[in-house]
Design a binder for this molecule. Structure first.
Ligand SMILES: Cc1cc2nc3c(=O)[nH]c(=O)nc-3n(C[C@H](O)[C@H](O)[C@H](O)COP(=O)(O)OP(=O)(O)OC[C@H]3O[C@@H](n4cnc5c(N)ncnc54)[C@H](O)[C@@H]3O)c2cc1C
Length: 352
């Protein structure tokens, strides 16, 4: 008998797998290539929602946890995933500068918004109104993280590349069994693939498609992340990741000509030099209507759990949500009501 079967090896599945291993639990992860959000994500972490000038929900706690989590994980597989890089918000007017100063006065945002405007010139970008710097930011190379961590699990025979067959799950009070494997618990972390999961597909996971590019721009000299309507993230060797779009209708992982056009227009608003598109990716973010994750235990099956709904912020949320679920299952620590799936299941049953 193992402790956990985990379905999915994106940021959610990996975070839970690692939390379980750190606590000396035995695991087996099932994964396929049906979803790719974590493999293509920008990977940015930023404690401020710049569009609305508000603090990201539980930003401080999440930043603290994720820093330790990704550092430990990198040490374990002898790699590096977390790159502390400033995010600069490009201003297009004096009014935008003033809004920045007003926001940096708010106590919740003060630790994260620098009050010194930046007027540095980056070759390839015209920015007469300068930039505002968000503090405690950076990006996680999520593609590398998924690939290296899956290799790590594979080498220990803790990962199987196969599509999980929900019909083959059997349960009793003590355990869950799946094709001859017995486990104390099963954790589903399939991202937008949740819709195929009969245990949880009544939860309101909407999904928001995003597209992004890798571009080559030899005349763009940038060593920070610039953010406006899209972000530009330097990867080295004249390559930059640029994204992302938001599409609430199309739920496929296929790049589109509309996405391409939108990204091209947005890039041209920021940079003034030539560039060529090297890669064009698309994926579906597992977003939830109330913008909170989906964490918890099935109302009818106490050994069946979910870790999903990381939405647009998988990098910051993954480690914190995995810890919350693990502590809940193993130690009975209550889940925050805002993330517990009971907020939907209780509503269905008419409970407050
Ligand atoms: C374009 C884009 C840009 C983004 N940028 C950022 C960013 O800058 N910062 C940030 O924090 N977040 C970003 N995100 C969001 C982030 O990618 C997600 O929050 C996160 O990746 C979700 O992780 P997940 O593990 O829940 O889902 P996924 O990464 O989709 O992983 C789910 C896994 O489960 C597997 N699976 C599904 N069904 C089955 C099955 N039946 N059997 C076996 N395996 C199965 C899938 O194949 C996949 O491996 C971005 C997303 C997109 C699309």
């Amino acid at each position: 008998m193992i402790d956990y079967i985990i379905v999915g090896s994106g940021l959610a599945g990996i975070s839970f797998a690692e939390e379980a291993l750190l606590n000396n639990k035995t695991i087996l992860v099932f994964t396929d290539d049906s979803q790719n959000s974590s493999k293509i994500a920008g990977g940015l972490y930023n404690p401020v929602i710049l569009k609305r000038f508000s603090e990201v929900w539980q930003a401080r706690e999440q930043l603290e946890l994720m820093t330790i989590f990704y550092a430990n994980l990198a040490a374990k597989v002898e790699s590096k995933f977390d790159f502390k890089v400033p995010i600069l918000r490009k201003f297009f007017s004096i009014e935008e500068q003033n809004n920045w100063f007003a926001a940096s006065d708010k106590p919740a945002l003060a630790p994260f918004l620098s009050t010194s405007l930046i007027f540095k010139t980056f070759e390839g970008i015209d920015s007469p109104f300068g930039y505002g710097e968000v503090l405690q930011t950076g990006y996680v190379d999520t593609a590398l993280l998924v690939s290296e961590y899956c290799n790590y699990l594979l080498s220990r025979q803790l990962l199987r590349h196969e599509t999980f067959d929900y019909n083959a799950v059997n349960m009793d009070d003590e355990s869950v069994s799946y094709n001859g494997i017995q486990a104390r618990h099963i954790v589903f972390a399939e991202g937008f693939g949740l819709h195929a999961n009969p245990f949880f597909n009544d939860l309101p996971l909407d999904g928001t498609k995003g597209e992004l590019f890798i571009i080559r721009a030899p005349h763009l000299k940038l060593d920070v992340i610039v953010n406006t309507s899209v972000f530009i993230l330097p990867l080295g060797n004249d390559l930059f990741k640029v994204g992302a779009t938001y599409n609430w209708k199309d739920k496929t992982c296929l790049p589109t000509s509309e996405g391409k056009e939108e990204l091209m227009d947005r890039i041209k608003e920021i940079i003034s030099c030539d560039f060529e598109i090297i890669e064009h990716y698309a994926g579906v973010r597992p977003t939830v209507r109330d913008r909170r994750p989906l964490v918890g235990t099935h109302e009818g099956y106490k050994r069946v759990h979910i870790l999903n709904g990381l939405g647009t912020r998988g990098v910051m949320l993954g480690p914190a949500m995995a810890k919350a679920l693990f502590d809940n299952i193993e130690n009975g620590t209550l889940l925050d009501k805002e993330i517990d799936i009971k907020r939907f299941t209780n509503k269905r049953k008419g409970k407050s």
